[in-house]
Ligand binder design. Structure first.
Ligand SMILES: [Ca+2]
Ligand SMILES: [Ca+2]
Length: 134
């Protein structure tokens, strides 16, 4: 019984060590943002889209807006040094307008380790993005 207890303590210590290593090397890079079929207006007019990105508790970042384009590619890349696996990666797509920008949709899902390319179906179009989490 004592041996069993000892083993459990060891595995607990290993788990704690792993989670510490984990947060020490946490970092998420978001890139390859592009979209298709975005629709920002009732009248037939192309939107002027941009994307806001949040990862974990990090403060949000934002791409440049692209004028008059339903199928934009954004060149911006974002680094979130404190974001880690399991944290939520959230992206919102907006159409820039003169007065009130239109919200075209939101993507939110937990970060997974490795490199991933995600397709996200919005209310008004489709967003694609890649990220790398280590
Ligand atoms: Ca609009
Ligand atoms: Ca607009």
């Amino acid at each position: 019984m004592a041996v069993f207890h000892g083993l459990r303590l060891v595995s607990l210590a290993v788990l704690m060590l792993v989670s510490q290593l984990d947060s020490a090397s946490a970092a998420v890079r978001v890139f390859g943002l592009h979209a298709k079929g975005l629709n920002g207006d009732v009248i037939l007019n192309k939107p002027d889209p941009y994307v806001k990105v949040w990862c974990g508790s990090s403060s949000g970042e934002q791409t440049e807006h692209i004028n008059h384009n339903a199928n934009p590619t954004w060149s911006a890349e974002f680094n979130f040094p404190n974001c880690k696996s399991g944290d939520s990666l959230k992206l919102e797509v907006w159409d820039k307008d003169i007065a009130f920008d239109d919200h075209l949709g939101t993507c939110g899902r937990p970060v997974q380790y490795g490199s991933l390319t995600v397709t996200c179906y919005l209310d008004k179009g489709t967003l694609f993005y890649s990220y790398e989490a280590k």
